[in-house]
Design a binder for this molecule. Structure first.
Ligand code: NDP
Length: 285
């Protein structure tokens, strides 16, 4: 079977091109320019890279981007006031608080403070509840990006056996719910799962978000499976994922590379959520 690379980079570019057109239409028809505010606490280098990438993408698409850089010792109350200010700012459609936050700040409290209509990260409990109920609302960007990539790559989801490795709140659980909403038969696995390899071998669609370098080997994968690798690990040889790419590629009918797979989709979906929030503003929703 010929292997097929699921091209996250190219798909993300196509989505961004569509969004750029949509933004022009919104401006012309309703005088609304989408606005995204990113709040970064402290100077974590990885977080700075992500925030800069988001800012750059906003600029390229014509989204107003506002960056709030707060010192690591900022109090929880001060951070909550910044969120309150953004909640009532009419030019801001999406609010994103870059995680992780320093230990003295209650992450849950901050995320819950974001107005759910501006929750473009999809981490607010109400957004998660809407996802679980299959109601419209913001979906977390990485899980949404995975589904979008599968669909745009013509991977058929309904009725398929989908296995998700990992149950994090930002990837594993929401992607499992999205796959369920797409009518897959879904199994979620985690560090306490027995005989993981036997479970993953059942998968027609295997999504791996365990944060363990190259833990999924060829013998754990069914011939012809579609494999989505969320993991990101920096090594001397460059970025690698949670899947042993070279050997699994031989067995899979389709597979995401690292880099160039799920990563670029995440940022494209964040932009898509921001444009959706602006569309809601334009429609007075
Ligand atoms: P978390 O560390 O929050 O969760 C990992 C999950 O994997 C947990 O549920 C854990 O189980 C499970 N797990 C760990 N080891 C095993 C194992 N040996 N067998 C089965 N399950 C296991 O990770 P995230 O979901 O946040 O991220 C995972 C990876 O994805 C990371 O490498 C991260 O950098 C990357 N990532 C990439 C993104 C992108 O845009 N491409 C976005 C977000 C993350 P348990 O619950 O029992 O502990």
């Amino acid at each position: 079977m010929q292997d097929k690379i699921l091209d996250g980079k190219g798909t993300a570019e196509a989505i961004k091109a569509e969004l750029s057109e949509e933004i022009k239409r919104l401006e012309k028809a309703a005088g609304v320019t989408p606005g995204l505010a990113v709040v970064l606490v402290g100077e974590d280098p990885a977080s700075q890279v992500y925030v800069n990438m988001k800012e750059k993408t906003c600029k390229a698409l014509g989204i107003v981007s506002r960056k709030h850089l707060l010192p690591v010792e900022v109090s929880e109350q001060e951070l909550l006031s910044v969120v309150d200010g953004l909640n009532s700012d009419k030019e801001i459609d999406g609010i994103l608080v870059q995680l992780p936050l320093p230990g003295h700040i209650d992450e849950k409290k901050v995320l819950e403070r974001i107005n759910v209509e501006k929750d473009v990260d999809g981490f607010h409990p109400i957004s998660v509840g809407r996802l679980a109920l299959g109601q419209p609302g913001f979906r977390a960007a990485t899980p949404a990006g995975i589904i979008e990539l599968l669909k745009r790559s013509n991977v058929d989801i309904p009725g398929k056996e989908a296995v998700v490795v990992g149950r994090s709140n930002i990837v594993g659980k929401p992607v499992a719910l999205l796959l369920l909403n797409e009518n897959a038969t879904v199994t979620i696995t985690h560090s306490r799962t027995r005989n993981l390899g036997q479970v993953t071998q059942r998968a027609d669609i295997l999504v791996v978000s365990a944060g363990r370098k190259e833990m999924i080997t060829a013998e754990m994968v069914k011939e012809g499976a579609v494999v989505v690798d969320v993991g990101i690990h920096r090594t001397e040889q460059g970025l690698v994922g949670d899947v042993a790419y070279n050997e699994v590629r031989e067995k899979a009918s389709a597979i995401t590379p690292v880099p160039g797979g799920v990563g670029p989709m995440t940022i494209a979906m964040l932009m898509s959520n921001t444009v959706q929030a602006a569309r809601n503003r334009a429609e007075g929703a």
